[in-house]
Ligand binder design. Structure first.
Ligand SMILES: NC(=O)c1ccc[n+]([C@@H]2O[C@H](COP(=O)([O-])OP(=O)(O)OC[C@H]3O[C@@H](n4cnc5c(N)ncnc54)[C@H](OP(=O)(O)O)[C@@H]3O)[C@@H](O)[C@H]2O)c1
Length: 272
């Protein structure tokens, strides 16, 4: 996500110098108008140095189990305050409700609250499920035997093309958009509809079989999935069944001026 945002910032005529933050700056290509600085979410001093002089920061949420992720986010917000960053655009999630079962809801909610209490200007960019993440994690493996076995029930998902998300994050940073924006795809689809759209786009069979939560957890455990990831995937589908990922918002379009890409088009060019 970070590299896509950098690409989109560099493509804009209304943006001056851009700084890419990376753990291994040496692997980034040399590009005009782009500076590269070392930054590690686990190393507060590196963040303070990396953020020096930045006016806007696109803060891509960390990943993995919740406790390290929480620590990373505390480091980023504290360093942004220390460095006097004017505006932070944070990648949150649409499912942040306090009664959400989703594994990642509390850490996003806490990070949103941290930003709100920090005095930093901020955009809380709540994203839906990324289409490429859904495809690589569930659809591509499912195409091997033609059955999509997930516990999504009849819940709908507003799958979002990550390129649309990146463009919207860049626009929010440039425009210093305050408050919450919801970044979603243009339609909310059930798993059965996703299967049918994938069949039409790829010419390969994909039938949705609705698992229950226990059966899905057993499948993940049999594949030696780490406990936190079993919880993350399984609770995401609980949220999907409860309609927590079905929101469709016009915010991506209003930020970028472009309609977000429909899933049917995304999957047609995904090369599956
Ligand atoms: N909404 C959704 O459906 C969804 C799905 C998946 C993820 N996400 C969220 O979106 C975020 C971005 O996802 P992504 O797919 O772009 O991730 P990704 O492709 O796995 O890239 C992660 C990047 O983070 C860097 N990184 C890892 N640990 C770091 C640390 N301690 N300090 C600084 N940089 C570090 C990695 O750098 P190196 O090259 O040094 O390893 C890598 O460039 C995730 O972190 C997660 O919060 C959302």
């Amino acid at each position: 996500m970070g590299s896509r945002v950098v690409r989109d910032l560099l493509a804009r005529a209304d943006v001056g110098p851009v700084v890419a933050l990376a753990r291994r700056p040496q692997v980034l290509p040399e590009v005009e108008r782009l500076a590269v600085r070392h930054a590690d979410y686990d190393d507060p001093a590196s963040l303070r140095a990396a953020f020096a002089g930045l006016r806007a920061l696109v803060f891509v949420s960390s990943d993995g189990s919740a406790d390290p992720m929480r620590r990373h986010h505390e480091h980023v917000v504290a360093a942004a305050v220390d460095a006097g960053v004017e505006h932070v655009v944070y990648t949150s999630i649409v499912d942040v409700a306090s009664d959400s079962p989703f594994y990642f809801a509390p850490v996003h909610r806490e990070t949103e609250a941290m930003l709100a209490g920090s005095g930093l200007g901020h955009t809380l960019a709540r994203t839906s499920i990324f289409a490429d993440f859904f495809v690589s994690t569930w659809i591509a493996p499912a195409l091997v035997d033609g059955t999509l076995r997930v516990p999504a029930g009849g819940g709908r998902m507003s799958l979002l093309d990550r390129d649309d998300a990146a463009r919207a994050l860049a626009a929010a940073a440039v425009g210093r958009r305050p408050g919450v924006v919801e970044l979603t795809g243009p339609a909310a689809l059930t798993a059965a509809e996703i299967g049918r759209i994938t069949e039409a786009a790829t010419g390969r069979g994909l039938r949705y079989i609705a698992l229950d939560d226990e059966a899905y957890r057993r499948r993940l455990a049999a594949d030696r999935t780490p406990d936190w990831l079993i919880e993350a995937f399984s609770s995401m589908f609980t949220s999907v069944r409860e309609g927590r990922f079905e929101i469709v918002s016009a915010d991506a379009r209003s930020l970028t001026g472009q309609p977000p890409r429909p899933f049917a088009e995304f999957i047609r060019i995904a090369g599956l």
